[in-house]
Design a protein around this ligand. Structure first.
Ligand code: IMP
Ligand code: MG
Length: 184
């Protein structure tokens, strides 16, 4: 493949309707479990950008403030060391807040574990995590999101609705597989 070649898209895994249904259900679950307790939603960029935008609107008039973190994981691979780096921190101090961490996808679990440790050490009052997509069969670190929208099919590398392959495809409104198998 040339340096700038991008693999072509394969079959549709989650349609816009599938995503909208999952987001609406998550919004209802989050409302039900939190009983009007004000939440600070933390969107984990860049992957959770469209999901956080849709989820906050699914929460409608629920008392909510929002902030963002940007993280990046390097050296991903089933056996290798994974290094999660914080590229942009929250604007506000999370101490004393009830946090709702919003993630695109939980795969091996390194990113979620890093974020939970980071936020716990800063005296958050409570932390819940919500992932649009879970890949529970890939887990290396023992973490489990409190809310899960959709479960990925095994051995699919997914792109679209925020998910990227080398920064491409985040803008698709639905979620697809890549045509060529991408080793993860
Ligand atoms: P973890 O730290 O292994 O749980 O990986 C989480 C991160 O890996 C996500 O935030 C994504 O950036 C990336 N990732 C894992 N699986 C996929 C996928 O199927 N498509 C796109 N990105 C993925
Ligand atoms: Mg990524």
């Amino acid at each position: 493949m040339r340096a700038h070649a991008v693999p072509s898209l394969g079959k549709m895994v989650f349609s816009e309707e599938d995503i909208a249904r999952a987001v609406a259900r998550l919004g209802a679950e989050i409302r039900d479990r939190n009983n009007g307790l004000p939440l600070l939603m933390i969107g984990v960029l860049k992957g959770a950008l469209p999901f956080a935008a849709d989820l906050m609107r699914a929460l409608g008039d629920y008392p909510l403030t929002i902030d963002f973190m940007v993280v990046s994981s390097y050296g991903a691979g089933r056996s290798g060391d994974v290094n999660v780096r914080l590229l942009k921190d929250l604007e506000q101090n999370p101490a004393g807040h009830h946090l709702l961490l919003v993630e695109d996808i939980v795969d091996e679990g390194h990113t979620l574990a890093y974020l939970l440790n980071n936020l716990r050490s800063r005296q958050a009052a409570s932390i819940q995590s919500c992932a649009l997509i879970d890949k529970p069969f890939h887990r290396v670190v023992d973490v489990k999101p409190d809310y899960v929208g959709l479960r990925a099919p095994e051995d699919a590398f997914l792109v679209g609705y925020g998910l990227d392959f080398q920064e491409n495809f985040r803008n698709l409104p639905h979620i697809r597989q890549l045509r060529d198998h991408i080793p993860t």
